[in-house]
Design a protein around this ligand. Structure first.
Ligand code: GDP
Length: 303
């Protein structure tokens, strides 16, 4: 229900416009495809992704000998799901959490995208699943970041490891690892700074944090989650490029999907960067984080 509600803007705009097209054209022809292309691009699906999709659709329409636009809707859904997964057979992209061993999740992203909120929501979700979770306040740069994480720690009822503002993030993460180990924690979630004004410094800082984690725990970090704001459209894609050049991003948390009609950005990210969207944010409350499933997402667009 929450998912349906959170997707309302995208769903209304997307299905509304495609239904209008179907009613307007009736027959599947070149003009129909051209206008469909516009609808998809304006939903932030991404130009390259849309081009691929339209080519695929044309072939499929020919193969199945589809003439009526009404029949094309199912093919669009099918192809959107296919485009999302590409050659990947692994349909459900679960969070990589180890059993009986500490798992470390490094969370990166630019200020304001919803990083702290997402960490809080994720901690809550894991706690609900019976995991023992510890947070490390690695954003020592932004004023108020540590306090804000503590507020989320209280909400999720998990411990927050911190040092004073301005201290070395790598030292905080080191403390976090020590604390998580001594408390027999299942998951350590590490916050990081998100100032993109000084890209080189930020990337160096992230690299240092990652080295500490790798050194202290073999096989860690088990996830590097990049938080992106769905309302920033193609800008989110650029951020994803920047971060994935600096570090091995293993998954995306796409926030504020409830605040945009352009949910197509999900498809653009997957198709353009080949990074799976693992979670979507659908609101500001602690329960408003959902595991992402492309099939449900695409079919939900027309529901
Ligand atoms: P950070 O600077 O990246 O840590 O961003 P914050 O976690 O402080 O979030 C910035 C703002 O976005 C806050 O007002 C959050 O409540 C809001 N926010 C975060 N995630 C979502 C979401 O999924 N939906 C909505 N509507 N707002 C969100």
């Amino acid at each position: 229900e929450k998912y349906k509600e959170g997707m309302k803007k995208t769903r209304n705009s997307f299905s509304g416009r495609i239904n209008d097209l179907i009613a307007k054209y009736r027959k599947v022809d070149e003009d129909f495809f051209e206008e469909l292309e516009e609808v998809l691009i304006s939903a932030d699906v991404g130009v390259m992704t849309v081009m691929d999709l339209i080519d695929e659709l044309k072939m499929e329409v020919k193969r199945q000998n589809i003439k009526d636009t009404k029949e094309v809707k199912d093919v669009i859904s099918e192809k959107l799901v296919e485009i999302y997964y590409g050659d990947d057979d692994e349909k459900v992209e679960k969070l990589n959490i180890q059993e009986n061993q500490l798992s470390v999740i490094l969370v990166v992203g630019v200020n304001g995208v919803g990083k702290t909120t997402s960490i809080g929501k994720l901690a809550h979700q894991l706690k609900q699943q019976g995991k023992n979770v510890v947070l490390a306040a690695g954003d020592t740069f932004r004023a108020g970041a540590i306090e804000q994480l503590e507020v989320w720690g209280e909400r999720a009822e998990v411990d927050v490891i911190k040092q004073s503002a301005g201290s070395d993030p790598a030292a905080v993460i080191f403390d976090g690892i020590k604390a998580a180990k001594s408390r027999n924690a299942d998951v350590l979630i590490c916050d990081t700074a998100g100032r993109l004004q000084n890209k080189v410094n930020l990337m160096n800082e992230l690299a240092k944090v990652k080295r500490i984690i790798e050194r202290e725990i073999p096989g860690a970090p088990h996830e590097v989650l990049l938080v992106l704001d769905a309302t920033t459209g193609q800008n989110a894609l650029n951020q994803a490029k920047t971060f994935s050049e600096a570090t091995n991003v293993s998954g995306i948390v796409l926030t504020k999907l409830d605040g945009t009609a352009k949910g197509g950005i999900v498809l653009a990210i997957r198709n353009g960067l080949n990074i799976p969207v693992k979670f979507v944010g659908l609101g500001e409350q602690v329960g408003d984080l959902r595991e992402f499933n492309a099939h449900a997402f695409v079919y939900g667009l027309f529901a």
